[in-house]
Design a protein around this ligand. Structure first.
Ligand SMILES: Cc1cc2nc3c(=O)[nH]c(=O)nc-3n(C[C@H](O)[C@H](O)[C@H](O)COP(=O)(O)O)c2cc1C
Length: 157
C-alpha cells in the first residue's frame, strides 16, 4: 500500500550552530512531507554517500557574501555528473548582509554538478558578524520558512 520512501540528504557546515539549526528545520519539513531524511555536516560526508539520495538540501553560513570554503570545495570536488537527477535546494544563515548571494552561489555550484535546483532556497538572518560569538537566533518566521522549504522540496521530489 505504501511506496518506498524517497531519501533526502541535508548537508551543511556551521561554526556557531545557526546553519545546523537551519538544517534541522529543513529536515523537519521534509519529514512532514513523508521523506526519509539524513542530516550531516559536510565534513563527515563521503562523496559516494550521495548516491543513495534523490533529494538534496545544501546549507552554508554566509562568509564574505559566499558559501564557506569547505562547502564550495566539497561540491567542486565532485564528479561533473555526481548530482545528476537529484532534486535540490539551498539555505544559508547570515548575520546581516548578502545571504542571498550565498544562495545564488550554492545553486550554481549544484547545477554545475548536474543537480536540478527546484527551489531558490531560504537565507535566514542569525548569528553575529564574523561569527565572533553566537549572536541572535533565527526568528520563528524564518524557522517556519525553512520548514516550508523542506515541505516544498518533498512535494517536488
Ligand atoms: C569569515 C566570516 C565571514 C562572514 N561574512 C559574512 C557576510 O558576508 N555576511 C553576513 O551577513 N554574515 C557574515 N558572517 C557571519 C555569519 O554568516 C553568521 O554569523 C552565521 O549565522 C553563521 O552561521 P553558523 O552559526 O552556522 O556558523 C561571516 C562569518 C565569518 C566567520
Amino acid at each position: 500500500m505504501f511506496g518506498k520512501r524517497k531519501k533526502a540528504l541535508v548537508v551543511y557546515h556551521t561554526k556557531t550552530g545557526h546553519t545546523a539549526e537551519a538544517a534541522e528545520a529543513v529536515a523537519r519539513g521534509l519529514e512532514a512531507g513523508k521523506v526519509s531524511v539524513t542530516v550531516k555536516p559536510v565534513k563527515n560526508l563521503q562523496p559516494q554517500e550521495l548516491e543513495e539520495y534523490t533529494i538534496l538540501a545544501v546549507g552554508s553560513p554566509t562568509r564574505g557574501a559566499r558559501p564557506a570554503r569547505v562547502v564550495k570545495r566539497f561540491i567542486k570536488g565532485l564528479d561533473r555528473k555526481a548530482l545528476k537527477g537529484k532534486k535540490a535546494t539551498v539555505f544559508s544563515a547570515y548575520a546581516g548582509f548578502r545571504g542571498k548571494a550565498t544562495l545564488r552561489r550554492l545553486r550554481r555550484l549544484l547545477r554545475r554538478r548536474g543537480a536540478k535546483v527546484v527551489l531558490r532556497g531560504v537565507a535566514v538572518k542569525a548569528g553575529a558578524p564574523l561569527s565572533l560569538w553566537k549572536g541572535p537566533q533565527a526568528s520563528p518566521e524564518d524557522v517556519a520558512r525553512l520548514e516550508e522549504l523542506g515541505r516544498s522540496l518533498a512535494r517536488k521530489a
